[in-house]
Design a protein around this ligand. Structure first.
Ligand code: A3P
Length: 288
C-alpha cells in the first residue's frame, strides 16, 4: 500500500504534508480567535481525542447525541489542517478548536484573546511509545524503523510536530501566568476523571450536575470511546489509517512504556529529560 508520508516543513518543524499545507499552517498563525472559542492544545498522543470528547460532553451538558453522531474532527476541527479555513470560517457560535501547534507559533494570534485554552500533557515515555505505534498505522506519518531510532528522533525533536520538550514548556508556562489557559495532565484525568471533568466544566463556566456529569463520565471512559466510531478513527479509510497495523484506541494506560523501553533507553531518556527540563517545575506520574 502506498504511503502518504510527505513532509511539510514550517518554522523548522516537520508536519505531515498529507494533511497540512503552508497555507493552512499560515492560516493558523493568523487565526482570529473569538472570546467564546475553546481551544484544545496538545502534543500528539497526549490525550487530544479524550479531551475533545470531554469538552464536547461538557458543552452539551452530558447529552451524547453529538459525540455519537459527528466525528471528532468535525466537532473539534484542527486549526492547522488543510480544511480548517473552510470549516472554521463557516462555523457560527462558540467553536471547539484543536491544535498540535507549539505555543510560540500561536502566541501572536492568541495575544489579548479571551478564548479558553486547555492544554493536556502526558508523561513523555508513554507519549513516545504511543507515537511509535501510531506511526505504524497512520500512513501520513513516516514508517518507523526500530523503537530505538524513533526514540532518538523524539528526544532530538525531529519527529512530526517537533520537540515534546519545547511544546510542553511553552504551553505550561502560559498556564502559569494566564487565567484563560488551563493545564491538566493525562494522568490526572486517568486517575480522577470525575474531578478532572468538574475542573474542566468549571473552567469552561459550564458546571455539570447530577446525571449530566454521570453521563459525561460514561461516554468518556476508555471502553466507550474505543467502541465509538466517531472517535476511534475507524471511519478513516484504510489507506490513511491501517487498523490492521494497530488500533488508535490502543491501551489507554499509564506506564505502558515499561513494556517497550530497555534499561539503556531508560537511562538515555532520563539523562536527556533532566537536561531539557532543568528549571521546569512540571512533574509527571510515570507509572501507577
Ligand atoms: P495509547 O496509544 O497509549 O493507548 P491522542 O488522542 O492525543 O492521539 O492520544 C491517543 C492516546 O490517548 C492513546 O494512547 C489512546 O488510547 C489514549 N486515550 C484516548 N482516549 C482515552 C480514554 N478515554 N482513556 C484513556 N486513554 C485514552
Amino acid at each position: 500500500m502506498a504511503r502518504l508520508d510527505v513532509t511539510e516543513t514550517f518554522h523548522h518543524i516537520s508536519f505531515p504534508g498529507h494533511i497540512h499545507t503552508q497555507d493552512s499552517l499560515n492560516y493558523a498563525l493568523h487565526f482570529k480567535f473569538q472570546d467564546r472559542d475553546t481551544v484544545i492544545a496538545t502534543y500528539p498522543k497526549s490525550g487530544t481525542t479524550w479531551m475533545q470528547e470531554v469538552v464536547t460532553l461538557v458543552k452539551n451538558r452530558g447529552d451524547p447525541q453529538l459525540s455519537k453522531t459527528v466525528p471528532n474532527w468535525a466537532r473539534a476541527p484542527w486549526l492547522e489542517q488543510y480544511y480548517s479555513e473552510k470549516v472554521l470560517g463557516a462555523t457560527q457560535g462558540p467553536r471547539i478548536i484543536t491544535t498540535h501547534l507549539p505555543y510560540n507559533l500561536l502566541a501572536s494570534a492568541l495575544q489579548g484573546s479571551k478564548a479558553k485554552v486547555i492544554y493536556v500533557a502526558r508523561n513523555p515515555k508513554d507519549v513516545v511509545v504511543s507515537y511509535y505505534h501510531f506511526h505504524k498505522m497512520a500512513k501520513f506519518l513516516p514508517e518507523p524503523n526500530s523503537f530505538d531510532e524513533f526514540l532518538d528522533g523524539f528526544l532530538e525533536g525531529t519527529v512530526s510536530y517537533g520537540s515534546w520538550f519545547d511544546h510542553v514548556k511553552g504551553w505550561t508556562r502560559q498556564a502559569e501566568v494566564l487565567a484563560n489557559v488551563l493545564y491538566i495532565s493525562y494522568e490526572e484525568m486517568w486517575l480522577d476523571l470525575r474531578g478532572s471533568m468538574e475542573k474542566i466544566s468549571a473552567f469552561l463556566q459550564c458546571p455539570l450536575v447530577g446525571e449530566e456529569l454521570t453521563s459525561s463520565l460514561r461516554h468518556c471512559s476508555f471502553s466507550s470511546m474505543r467502541d465509538n466510531t466517531m472517535v476511534n478513527y475507524t471511519l478513516v479509510p484504510q489507506e490513511i489509517m491501517d487498523h490492521s497495523k494497530g488500533k488508535f484506541m490502543r491501551k489507554g494506560k499509564i506506564g505502558d512504556w515499561r513494556n517497550t523501553f530497555t534499561e539503556d533507553q531508560i537511562c538515555f531518556f532520563d539523562t536527556v529529560y533532566s537536561q531539557q527540563m532543568q528549571g521546569c517545575p512540571l512533574t509527571f506520574l510515570w507509572e501507577c
